[in-house]
Design a protein around this ligand. Structure first.
Ligand SMILES: [Mn+2]
Length: 282
């Protein structure tokens, strides 16, 4: 049995679809974030004969440990894993999304025809690199969230076409309205700060639509970057203007990502005790 670890976003799901299409029952996928992968790998790798990791990467020392014992193939495009490139079986290219790199990897194995997925791969790439040259790519990402990871993978294994059916269009329209309202509401709650370098940035509490929200705030309010704090999950998403590197902030806090889109987890309690004291119950 092969193990496939992939990122828990649209791009990660694209990788899962292609791998599952090619390896079928021989592969088992798990989707997760940067901060979950090390522990998960250590707990599970021994049970599998071969390990694929796509669109996400473990720590370098864990990767080195496992590759001494098992065949491990890493396909990623995040800046934070660029230093893995020196190893065999690492396919890393910053200008292509994980799904596109996975497609190229699988096709170079020979005898594999994934043409029916070209359109899907193109849209995932368009969304993941935030090129947005095709307006269907934003809808595809929304569809991904509506379906959830496993259902989305199943949907595209059954039907590779990116053409949406009537029901999908119906729920997407509802979702579009919800998103617009959500972003408008959250935008009114941004707090503005200036960092040590004098750059203006925004901080919001939100649980949804991070990329869309981040881009809206950067474009409309002129922030160099934004912190989107998901209190419930203890997750921080960072989005920035083209010239500002937020991956540095994420990496310094144990996370990862791209120059303009990165994230990390935190156990910080956001001064809950102070709040409860103020309320008078502590
Ligand atoms: Mn990606």
């Amino acid at each position: 049995m092969f193990l496939h670890i992939t990122h828990n976003d649209l791009d990660g799901a694209g990788c899962a679809i292609l791998m599952k299409k090619v390896y079928g029952e021989r592969i088992e996928y798990f989707s997760m974030n940067y901060d979950e992968i090390d522990n998960f790998l250590l707990e599970t790798y021994q049970r599998y004969e071969k390990i694929f990791i796509t669109d996400v990467s473990p720590s370098l020392n864990i990767f080195e440990k496992i590759r001494d014992e098992k065949e491990i193939i890493l396909i990623d495009h995040h800046k934070t894993s660029e230093n893995f490139k020196k190893y065999d079986n690492v396919y890393h290219e910053i200008g292509k999304c994980g799904t596109l790199l996975t497609l190229e990897y699988l096709e170079q194995l020979g005898n594999i025809n994934l043409k029916e997925y070209y359109e899907l791969v193109r849209l995932v790439n368009d969304y993941d690199l935030w090129l947005l040259k095709d307006n269907r790519s934003l809808d595809l990402n929304k569809l991904f969230y509506l379906y959830g990871f496993d259902n989305f993978v199943e949907r595209f294994l059954k039907k590779p076409s990116v053409d949406l059916d009537e029901k999908e269009i119906f729920v997407l329209n509802i979702e579009n309205e919800r998103q617009q309202k959500y972003i408008e509401n959250v935008s009114t709650t941004v707090r503005e700060f200036f960092d040590k370098e004098g750059r203006k940035f925004g901080v919001v509490f939100a649980e949804q639509y991070n990329s869309e929200l981040g881009h809206f705030l950067i474009n409309e309010k002129g922030y160099a970057y934004v912190f989107i704090i998901n209190i419930q999950k203890g997750k921080i998403s960072l989005r920035s203007r083209k010239d500002v590197d937020v991956a540095k902030i994420a990496v310094a806090n144990g996370g990862g990502g791209h120059k303009n889109a990165a994230g990390f987890s935190t156990g910080f309690d956001f001064c809950l005790e102070n709040f409860l004291k103020e309320v008078g119950v502590l």
